[in-house]
Design a protein around this ligand. Structure first.
Ligand SMILES: NC(=O)c1ccc[n+]([C@@H]2O[C@H](COP(=O)([O-])OP(=O)(O)OC[C@H]3O[C@@H](n4cnc5c(N)ncnc54)[C@H](OP(=O)(O)O)[C@@H]3O)[C@@H](O)[C@H]2O)c1
Length: 330
């Protein structure tokens, strides 16, 4: 069987040629409800078979479990890019950042990922004050110089934080929440990202699944699923769950989106094609929880771009119907 291909895009200054559909791996840590080993491995293998060569994880997803799954399957596959993160471990966050701590964290991640060097290390939503102070960016250059990582980037909560990072020397990527419900980056960030050769990695493309259109008011989520315990931001930034939109409002908005969606696309395809139509975006890292979802998400690469009038209508939809309902920092 010939391996499927997905169009590749360059990830900023790293020069990595990565699949425009990547795989987000937070769900492999069990924070979207329990996940058994078999299903975790099946999702990773399905992504590989579909042509995905970019996987996003973090040291804290399932306390290292997500990284370990990736290490088992991908550790020896040097043509596959794995991006991990530093900065949300309980021993570090919110104010114990240091060069030594960063080094130690990288070494633990290398063990779990079964790699001698990390492809891309991203700051993981570290407090704004730490990024403003700036030493953390010097440490990233230092660990890069030491050969512990190949490249670095930052995953941030707000567009202002992204703008704070975008011109930092050596920064290859910014990971942001960007989807039909959350479009602020369009006017403010994307031109600067392109000008500074910073690749945009898009998380929450489906607003935690809302933008697949599969949920209803009777949908429930497991106790260990952040879409249960963090739906109103009780545990961490509310934007990370349903993009900060109250669940019932999100259901209403998705229903309204139907009228803009081409009939031959599923809602999940529509939402992800809209993202890929922006050239500042290097990759979309939907967190698939099954082989079937991997197939649907990666199919988006072969779809044609949406028409300009659809883009205009969706921007208007965002401004008039959605923006006022976004909670939390943004
Ligand atoms: N601070 C950070 O740096 C940060 C924060 C959040 C996420 N991330 C990264 O971004 C990745 C993606 O974000 P996310 O997982 O939070 O949000 P997401 O990709 O918008 O949503 C993931 C959820 O959407 C559903 N889904 C995925 N594909 C689907 C499809 N084709 N059809 C129907 N449902 C589908 C699944 O829900 P079900 O479980 O109901 O099937 C899945 O758990 C994460 O895995 C992680 O790598 C980083």
């Amino acid at each position: 069987m010939t391996k499927a291909t997905i169009t590749k895009r360059v990830l900023g200054k790293s020069g990595f040629e990565i699949s425009e559909c990547g795989l987000g791996c937070w769900q492999l840590g069990g924070d979207f409800g329990p996940i058994e080993d078999d299903r975790a491995y099946e999702v990773i293998h399905a992504a590989l078979e579909a042509g995905v060569n970019f996987f996003d994880t973090a040291d804290v997803y399932g306390g290292g479990k997500s990284e370990s799954y990736l290490g088992q399957v991908l550790g020896s596959k040097k043509d596959i890019f794995i991006a991990t993160k530093y900065g949300r471990d309980g021993n570090t966050y919110p104010d114990k950042y240091s060069l030594e701590d960063m080094r130690d964290s990288i070494k633990r991640a290398q063990d779990r990922l079964q790699r001698d060097v990390i492809d891309l290390l991203q700051l993981h939503c570290v407090p704004t004050t730490i990024m403003e102070e700036g030493a953390i960016f010097d440490w990233l250059l230092q660990v890069q110089e030491e050969g512990l990582i190949k490249h670095f980037g930052a995953s941030v909560e707000t567009v202002d934080e992204a703008l704070l990072c975008v011109q930092k020397p050596g920064l290859s990527s910014l990971q942001i929440i960007f989807n039909i419900f959350r479009q602020r980056a369009l006017d403010t960030l994307f031109d600067q990202a392109l000008a500074n050769k910073v690749g945009i990695i898009v998380r929450l493309p489906l607003a935690s699944g809302l933008l697949s259109g599969k949920y209803s008011s009777s949908s429930t989520f497991a106790e260990s699923d952040h879409r249960n315990y963090n739906k109103d931001g009780a545990a961490f930034s509310v934007g990370e769950t349903f993009s900060g939109i109250p669940f019932d409002k999100g259901l209403e908005l998705v229903t309204e989106l139907e009228s803009h969606k081409p009939a031959d696309l599923s809602m999940a395809q529509f939402a992800q094609r809209w993202i890929l139509d922006h050239k500042a975006v290097s990759t979309v890292i939907a967190g698939a929880s099954s082989k079937k979802q991997v197939g649907e998400n990666t199919s988006v690469s072969a779809l044609k771009p949406l028409e300009d009038d659809v883009h205009k209508a969706l921007y208007d939809f965002y401004l008039t119907k959605v923006e006022a309902h976004i909670r939390g920092v943004y």
